[in-house]
Design a protein around this ligand. Structure first.
Ligand code: SF4
Ligand code: SF4
Length: 497
């Protein structure tokens, strides 16, 4: 080979590599920007086509069931209290009828951590399935607001035309009606959200009182409703793409084994337009007929054929769209389907890896711990303290006494009569102020004397054990100390702790 020919080969190889790199950069350029933001930084409004298909029907069912649960739950009461309450301001939580007090905060926090670990584990295995099927943002957007939009403004192409044309009467009434309904729904939804915080009774009181009696509360509600309205009328998919922290975590949670909505590029490529007279196999063409149906239905405006993208909320609309097309061109369904990247690339099934094992072990450990904490959680939480600064007293010629205060938290949903017991051998109790009854969910306090025979006091500090009883049932056991004289045999004087 001459010097000139080897120089030409080098130049040719360099040109080829540069060309391939440029092509690769072009192919991957969609990863450099958010699908709904144009290069000049302007928002690209997404007009997704109304989805149709088996998965959409299932999602419809799941969404309306969840909405039913959301709107009915605030009305459900157990023994006069809401079934669920998340009163952050007053630190009062009721979850499935179980009342949580600030003293139970550790159980509450652990439950939340367990929930997060569960979501992480679930995401590692099933990808972003939560976003498409359960997330309130998707459910409200796709099954309430978007459906109203389709009803008033028509399907995607009509919506686009309506937005593009200048204002006329038809556009005016459609837009006005849509936004009015959007705002009213937001207002109602915010009332229901508030019912989860302060309870439906207090929300109804607020409504009955009217804006004149409670102007601050009403203005607050209108502002929250306006924020809710803006999220669904304007922000929309930007919440999932830019704001949602769970969406941001996808990059670290997903791996090649995670099940996500995937395009089978091995089967679909090379894509080419459909020609009913052509045998695609002989022509070495893939099953994708490049019809764009999967892109048209996407609520985040992406093309799933580009691979896993952070914008994908796994809503399955593209699966339905592609299945409908495959049916029409007599090809097997599932060109877009739930699958892992590995299974698409290698044709293998989901593998149980170390990461899944680790999360499973952590999750199981947390569940066991929560189960244990629930099992030792008492209906009454009590504290007994000797009156600060008090010393022992001569009750009579045969007995000494100590004065105590008891503080009780009734964690049940009924009023509880409470009495204290101590072993007969040890002494007897004299309650002050009559029988003690602690109201449901309330804190009760009482003062009492513990009286012990002088002959039984052998040292300055004697261990005693109280039993907290209610309706003949032992609710709690508390240990305390009884103060006697320093030298019980010779010294009848007093002593402090
Ligand atoms: S790519 Fe498919 S699954 Fe993902 S958001 Fe778009 S339509 Fe939904
Ligand atoms: S809907 Fe299916 S066939 Fe049509 S472009 Fe998308 S992947 Fe290809």
């Amino acid at each position: 080979m001459t010097r000139e020919s080897s120089r030409r080969s080098l130049v040719f190889a360099f040109t080829l590599i540069t060309k391939e790199m440029n092509e690769f950069e072009e192919e991957e350029s969609f990863r450099d920007r958010v699908s709904t933001i144009a290069e000049d930084g302007k928002r690209l409004w997404v007009y997704p086509k109304r989805p149709q298909g088996r998965l959409f029907n299932y999602r419809n069912l799941a969404a309306y069931l969840l909405l039913l649960v959301f709107f009915i739950t605030p009305f459900i009461k157990v023994n006069g209290d809401p079934l669920m309450l998340f009163n952050v301001l007053e630190r009062h939580f009721i979850i499935f009828g179980v009342v949580f007090f600030p003293q139970d905060f550790h159980i509450f926090v652990l439950s939340m951590i367990t929930f997060i670990v569960f979501v992480v584990l679930f995401t590692v295995i099933f990808g972003r399935i939560f976003c498409g099927w359960i997330c309130p943002q998707t459910i409200f957007m796709e099954f309430i607001y978007r459906q109203i939009e389709y009803l008033i403004e028509g399907n995607n192409s009509r919506q686009r035309k309506l937005d593009d044309r200048s204002m006329d009467f038809d556009k005016l009434w459609r837009k006005t009606l849509k936004h009015l309904i959007f705002y009213l729904i937001s207002l109602v939804t915010v009332f229901f959200f508030l019912a989860y915080v302060i309870g439906m009774d207090r929300v109804q009181e607020l409504i009955n009182a009217g804006p004149v009696e409670n102007p601050a509360g009403f203005i607050g509600m209108l502002i929250f409703a306006a924020i809710h309205y803006l999220v669904f009328a304007k922000l929309r998919e930007q919440v999932c793409i830019i704001i949602c922290p769970y969406g941001r975590l996808q990059g670290v949670l997903l791996d090649r084994n995670s099940i996500i909505v995937s395009y089978d590029y091995n089967r679909g490529e090379p894509r080419a337009k459909h020609n009913p007279l052509e045998d695609r196999e002989k022509a070495s063409k893939g099953d994708c007929i490049d019809c764009n149906s999967c892109v048209l239905v996407c609520p985040t405006g992406i093309d799933i054929r580009n691979g896993t993208q952070l914008e994908c909320i796994n809503c399955t609309a593209c699966i339905d769209a592609c299945n409908n097309i495959m049916e029409r061109v007599h090809k097997p369904k599932g060109l877009i389907r739930y699958a892992s990247e590995r299974s698409i690339a290698e044709g293998t099934r989901l593998k149980f890896n170390i990461r899944i094992l680790f999360y499973s072990v952590v999750l199981t450990g947390l569940l066991i711990l929560i189960g244990y904490l629930f099992s030792i959680r008492t209906d009454i939480e009590s504290t007994i303290l000797r009156m600060p600064g008090s010393i022992y007293q001569e009750y009579d010629s045969l007995h000494y006494s100590n004065i105590y205060t008891i503080r009780l938290i009734n964690k049940t949903r009924k009023d509880l009569p409470v009495n204290l017991l101590i072993d007969d051998e040890e002494g007897f109790i004299k309650m002050m102020g009559g029988p003690l009854v602690v109201g449901k969910g309330q804190v009760g306090k009482a003062t009492f004397l513990l009286v012990i025979e002088k002959s039984k006091i052998k040292k300055s500090l004697t261990e005693v054990e109280f039993k907290v009883m209610s309706d003949g049932r032992e609710m709690d056991e508390i240990e305390a100390t009884f103060v006697g004289p320093n030298d019980p045999d010779n010294n009848p004087g007093s002593d402090d702790d």
